[in-house]
Design a protein around this ligand. Structure first.
Ligand code: F6R
Length: 243
């Protein structure tokens, strides 16, 4: 793993935005895997402000988001679809047809997961997968446990993951869905390149276990150790427990 440390999350976001925009210019039909959550907010802010200044051609870019809450979809408060529209998609000239999102309202969730796997494959696979990390070591919604799922699947959310997402639902934990659709571990690990961002001291234990600990289903992010092109970008807080 290639570990990079930054003084703060703004420098991290600006560095990553520069790299992504360069990658877009080198490969206009790039396929990006995208996370939601608090961590990428600064990155999306930076990317949309540079895009609005007109330097970025989004016309052929394709994206696949990591996950979505079961029961929620386009237009629903708290959905990751709404988050992505607000934070990025409605501010850049991406074609709607090129945006890949899981539909948490699909009548047949297993079929929706299979559709997503096929769509990623049909797009030629993910070139750059961006990730955040949960304080419990999850990536996507691959939560710690006895076993992990390889492909896109229905995930049961841990109590701490639901609590971490309460802000999307006005702070009301009872409104946070109990399940989500998520790319699986193999879906993520098949990406040609992976960039994981972590900011804040509350992520420092998970970051240390991911990098220095054994590969274990108890820390799903530790499986990134087997991938040959992973960059981990950390602010001071998130890197505080590394040797
Ligand atoms: C979100 C996702 C999650 C988050 C993780 C960190 O799409 O897949 O794995 O990246 O929960 O969330 P934040 O950034 O809110 O701390």
């Amino acid at each position: 793993m290639n570990i990079e440390r930054f003084d703060n999350e703004d420098v991290l976001a600006s560095t990553l935005a520069t790299r992504l925009i360069e990658a877009l210019s080198l490969k206009p039909r790039i396929v990006l895997g995208l996370p939601t959550g608090r961590t990428p907010v600064a990155l999306y802010r930076e990317i949309r402000s540079r895009s609005q200044r007109g330097h970025v051609d989004w016309s052929q870019v394709r994206t696949f988001n990591l996950d979505e809450f079961v029961g929620l979809g386009a237009g629903d408060e708290g959905s990751y679809c709404s988050y992505m529209q607000a934070e990025l998609f409605s501010h850049v000239r991406i074609e709607a047809i090129n945006i890949g999102m899981l539909d948490g309202r699909a009548a047949n969730l297993a079929a929706e997961c299979a559709r997503y796997e096929r769509a990623i494959e049909d797009a030629g696979g993910i070139d750059i997968q961006l990730l955040g990390i949960g304080a419990n070591g999850h990536i996507g919604f691959n939560e710690p446990g006895e076993a992990l799922e390889a492909e896109t699947h229905v995930a049961v959310l841990c109590a701490e993951t639901r609590a971490a997402n309460a802000g999307l639902f006005g702070g009301d934990l009872s409104r946070v869905p109990t399940h989500a659709l998520s790319m699986g571990m193999a879906t993520i690990l098949h990406a040609r390149e992976i960039v994981l961002m972590a900011t804040g001291a509350e992520k420092s234990a998970a970051v240390a276990e991911m990098i220095d600990g054994p590969i274990t289903t108890r820390v799903p992010a530790s499986f990134l150790q087997v991938h040959s092109r992973v960059t981990v970008m950390l602010d001071r807080g998130a890197g505080a427990r590394l040797a």
